[in-house]
Design a protein around this ligand. Structure first.
Ligand code: SAH
Ligand code: SF4
Length: 393
């Protein structure tokens, strides 16, 4: 993994994915069609290709196998051929931190030496994995720590699926052959709420989610996947049609004046434009409710008038409003609203007929809460620098 970093660029759509010279093609993250093409190119007879895709798919995504030698229903020389041309690789775990409340945060290293964070949040009847779609983010939401970091690059579909696979590895969640079928899922839900704006990496996110949803593999239903976006309007209908997962919107303000400051992409697609697009989402995606995320910032967006405006704005959209107490990070220009204020705000929304859960911050002791990702990486770097300076380097 010691290849030099890719050049930093702000153009998220044109970063090429270069395979190492003479390197093997990673099968993880290829769609069924792409896998079929790759197998044919490697010499698989066309007539057999569909069947081989099915077999390999099950090994990789149902059983969690990483070694072609273990694919016992394939002929030995075919396994050898696969091994020569392909590999099955997932991001490398650099560190794993476990919070007092059971939340786990993984720092993963991907090609180019870049790092992304993934958070696993166990709850009573489910476990949610919060995954990243980009290294950094091009957007600059003023309350978000990731937003202070420049975009380094989009993650590939393989790196996005790989985050789910790494978590299943760590939780020992792949089924055992011959063991009775166990329906309890440790990773039962996936949320695209880590680093990055998923709709600025649409194709890779879509392909990755198709792999995660595929019934012969990891098999998470589209209703257990939530994509959170700051409001990239042109991609929202595509999300409904091509992914069909649940949608969460980083709404955070009830006037364009305030939203322009908090979520600057609002200057491009304002509240009215965004809401008009959202009205079609439930029908297009055949799903129930849209989640409106609303970060509670003291004296910025947390008044009774805001709560009343919010319910007025979203009238007619099947919705739930998720209130997120602001999670502070070093140098953040905001404070968390007082608890009584958050409750009063929630009450107004609830009385207007909307569910208004307050998101309990999880994993705060390991900086794993919403919007805090990046900090640990930075801190780790700082401490390395400190070590170097102490050593007189
Ligand atoms: N880029 C996407 C997904 C990642 S952010 C998006 O913006 O929706 C996931 C959620 O955490 C978003 O609602 C985001 O606004 C919120 N968030 C960001 N920073 C936060 C902070 N410091 N405290 C609380 N929530 C934050
Ligand atoms: Fe990017 Fe989302 Fe953070 Fe905004 S809130 S800077 S879109 S990661």
């Amino acid at each position: 993994m010691n290849t030099p970093s890719a050049p930093i660029t702000q153009d998220v759509h044109t970063i090429p994915r270069k395979l190492p010279e003479g390197g093997k093609v990673n099968l993880v993250g290829l769609t069924r069609e792409q896998l079929r093409d790759a197998l044919i190119e490697a010499g698989t007879p066309e007539k057999q290709a569909k069947m081989r895709v099915g077999q390999i798919w099950q090994w990789v995504y149902h059983w969690g196998v990483r070694d072609f030698a273990q694919m016992t229903n394939l002929a030995k020389d075919y396994r050898a051929l696969l091994d020569e041309k392909f590999d099955i690789s997932v991001p490398e775990v650099v560190t794993r931190q476990v919070s007092m409340d059971g939340t786990r945060k993984y720092l993963l290293r991907i090609a180019g030496g870049h790092e992304v964070e993934v958070v696993y949040i166990p709850e009573e009847n489910r476990g949610t994995l919060c995954i990243s779609s980009q290294v950094g983010c091009t957007l600059t939401c003023s309350f978000c720590h990731t937003g202070t970091q420049k975009l380094v690059r989009n993650l590939t579909a393989g790196e996005i699926v790989g985050q789910v696979m790494v978590a299943r590895d760590d939780l020992d969640e792949w089924p055992q052959q011959g063991a009775p079928k166990d329906e309890t899922r440790l990773v039962s839900n996936v949320v695209l709420m880590g680093m990055g704006e998923p709709l600025y990496n649409f194709d890779n996110v879509r392909d990755a989610m198709k792999v995660v949803m595929d019934g012969e593999g990891i098999s998470l239903s589209r209703r257990r996947i939530t994509l959170s976006t700051s409001g990239i309007v042109p991609e929202i209908a595509k999300t409904a049609e091509e992914i069909g997962c649940l949608l969460a919107i980083s709404f955070h303000a009830t006037t364009d004046e305030v939203r322009d400051k908090l979520v600057p992409v609002n200057k491009k697609w304002n509240i009215e434009t965004l809401l008009n697009t959202l009205r079609d989402y439930p029908r297009l995606s055949n799903s129930e409710r849209i989640t409106f995320e609303y970060v509670m910032l003291k004296d910025v967006n947390d008044s009774d008038a805001d709560a009343k405006r919010l319910v007025k704005l979203i009238r007619g959209i099947p919705a739930k409003i998720n209130l997120i107490p602001f999670n502070e990070w070093p140098g953040a220009p905001y404070q968390r609203s007082d608890w009584e204020r958050i409750e009063a705000f929630a009450d107004i929304i609830y009385k207007a007929g909307y569910a208004s859960p307050i998101r309990t911050p999880r994993g705060e002791d390991i900086m794993a809460a919403c919007g805090q990702l990046k900090s640990a990486t930075e801190r780790a770097r700082k401490s390395k620098a400190q070590i170097a300076s102490e050593a007189g380097l």
